[in-house]
Design a protein around this ligand. Structure first.
Ligand code: 13P
Ligand code: SF4
Length: 372
């Protein structure tokens, strides 16, 4: 609640084209009526949000925001700058801006750099990792290619550029099934996510032989350390205690592709972060959603709770990606201040060997062509 008791209407701060005063920014934050954004949060952070907004506009910075960003960080991005890995890659491919701040983890920013090598791509924290990307590399792809000669390699976007450079095509959770079906031959190697691969194997069982690390081989693969936390018994307990029975027309349980196969099977809907958001939006539009639980990173649910205030959401704050959590307002403002004062940006800039960029671009561009 605004301290004056009033919440004067202002243009949403998500529309970055308009300059807002400090008071207007603060009012906009209060106007969000976000369930987990307290007056204290707003009073403490409004000055930084205003500064970021002003410098972003002054230097024509594109600020991409992944759906897992905490609400105050997520709201720094204009609506069309927010999204899942696929949407953000597509945006990065077409933007004209010289500076691109990627509020997400570095493998995502690498994709933007590969698609726009002449742009300055910046991240709040270069040490932020990802359990999938960190535990799999180019050598692991080469080993699998030796094991299954001639089979194309489809690599999940949650990987670093060197591993992508060894692969035939890239995919995200929004297009994996579609891209897999478009690949030639009966067999497809999918890396590095083992649960995702098993989910894909189940979905495509009539059409493709999906092979992956650990399936009748000793190759190294990885799982998402956040999504693996959800077990089938957790989901069944949530169904019972939050009263979301299977088949209920207005209560739904959602899961991300990176969850365990038995969790995905139990869910009423599974998809990428944006696909989950779109399904919720469509049901809200038709007045068909009163309650939901999303088995994914908890800030996705925070952002959903803001967008769809009439839906009752449950969330588990312990299911937070510690890597995504490294992207914070205080670090983002430092990047913008460095741009403003002409300081060296090396601490934030994502750089890649031009030879790796050249090789890694092909699988990403193939994915983008196959996605339209
Ligand atoms: P999306 O592609 O669905 O945004 O997911 C990215 C991710 O890292 C999920 O954990
Ligand atoms: Fe990686 Fe999982 Fe974090 Fe996504 S949620 S960035 S897959 S560790």
């Amino acid at each position: 609640m605004h301290p004056t008791g009033k919440t004067p209407p202002v243009e949403n701060a998500l529309n970055g084209s308009k300059e807002l005063t400090f008071e207007e920014v603060k009012n906009e934050l209060y106007n969000r009526h976000h369930p987990s954004l307290t007056s204290l949060d707003i009073e403490v952070h409004a000055k930084t949000v205003h500064k970021i907004r002003t410098l972003k506009r002054k230097h024509n910075v594109v600020m991409l925001g992944h759906n897992y960003m905490e609400p105050l960080v997520f709201g720094l991005s204009d609506k069309d700058e927010q999204g899942d890995s696929l949407g953000l890659s597509m945006f990065a491919a077409k933007t004209e801006a010289q500076y691109l701040i990627f509020n997400g983890v570095p493998f995502m920013a690498e994709t933007a750099k590969i698609l726009s090598p002449n742009k300055t791509v910046l991240v709040a924290d270069k040490t932020a990792g990802c359990s999938l990307a960190d535990n799999f590399g180019a050598e692991d792809v080469r080993k699998l290619k030796e094991l299954y000669p001639g089979a194309p390699v489809m690599i999940y976007v949650n990987s670093y550029a060197d591993a992508k450079a060894e692969s035939d095509i890239c995919c995200t959770s929004a297009n994996a099934a579609h891209i897999a079906k478009s690949m030639p031959g009966d067999t497809l190697i999918f890396v590095p996510d083992i649960f995702f691969a098993q989910n894909l194997e189940e979905e495509l069982k009539e059409e493709k032989n999906v092979v992956y690390p650990g399936k009748d081989n000793t190759a190294r693969g990885a799982v998402c350390e956040v999504h693996e936390k959800f077990t089938l018994s957790d989901l069944l307990a949530i169904r019972e205690s939050f009263e979301i029975p299977k088949g209920h027309p207005k209560r739904k349980l959602y899961a991300h592709w990176e969850c365990r196969p038995n969790v995905l099977k139990e869910a009423d809907f599974y998809g990428s972060t944006s696909q989950i958001m779109k399904d919720i939006a469509a049901r809200v539009e038709d007045n068909h959603l009163e309650r939901a639980f999303v088995a994914s990173e908890c800030e996705l649910t925070s952002n959903l709770a803001q967008e769809f205030p009439k839906v009752q959401f449950w969330t588990a704050c312990s299911v937070r990606c510690s890597h995504m959590a490294k992207v914070r307002l205080d670090k983002i403002v430092n990047i913008l201040e460095a741009i403003d004062s002409g300081e060296d940006l090396a601490e934030y800039e994502v750089t890649l060997d031009p030879a790796v960029i050249d090789k890694a671009r092909l699988p990403i561009e193939r994915m983008l062509e196959a996605s339209v």
